[in-house]
Design a protein around this ligand. Sequence first.
Ligand code: GAR
Length: 195
Amino acid sequence: VKRVAILISGGGSNMLALARDMQGDHPARPVLVASNDPDAAGLARAAALGIATAAVDHRPFAGDRAAFEAELLRPILAVEPDILCLAGFMRVLTAGFVRRFEGRMLNIHPSLLPKYKGLHTHSRAIAAGDAEAGCTVHEVTAALDDGPILGQARLAIRPQDTPDTLARRVLELEHRLYPAVLRRFAQGDRGRLDL
Ligand code: GAR
């Protein structure tokens, strides 16, 4: 059974979707939920599920990303994860950190990559007049929101959609896509899944 550490920054709804799926005959188990924000609501939710948690506040490191990551690495390495899942983790990781987990770190991004890397994906999709929006799970490489795509889920943008309504509907897709991709990935399947 593969050991999965999940990194979050906020509410952790994707983390919950992953953790709830990793039960029974699932090929993986959650062994840690870590956050750069000690107040992230997802930490309490993970603890309530009996998952170990860790928090390393990035703010005292004042932009020294390598020093922040060195602290964040301690609890992660302590649980000896096979797979690292970024789930709403809002810090950019250095190439050095990424290299350590090369080929075993996943991220979910709220756009149909390669469109709209970075932030404000939904307002950008609406402003561009796109017909579709969605989410992508990909392997993490040193380049931001890049790396081999493991899965995508898409929906039609409605004329009345706002960034908020779109975000809500895409988030529901995320909760289906990420567990489905992780389940396959933990079994060694790196083929692409389209929902
Ligand atoms: C999700 O929509 C995720 O795709 C996005 O943040 C949200 C986290 O929600 N991630 C990014 O924007 C990464 N750059 P959650 O904390 O409820 O899972």
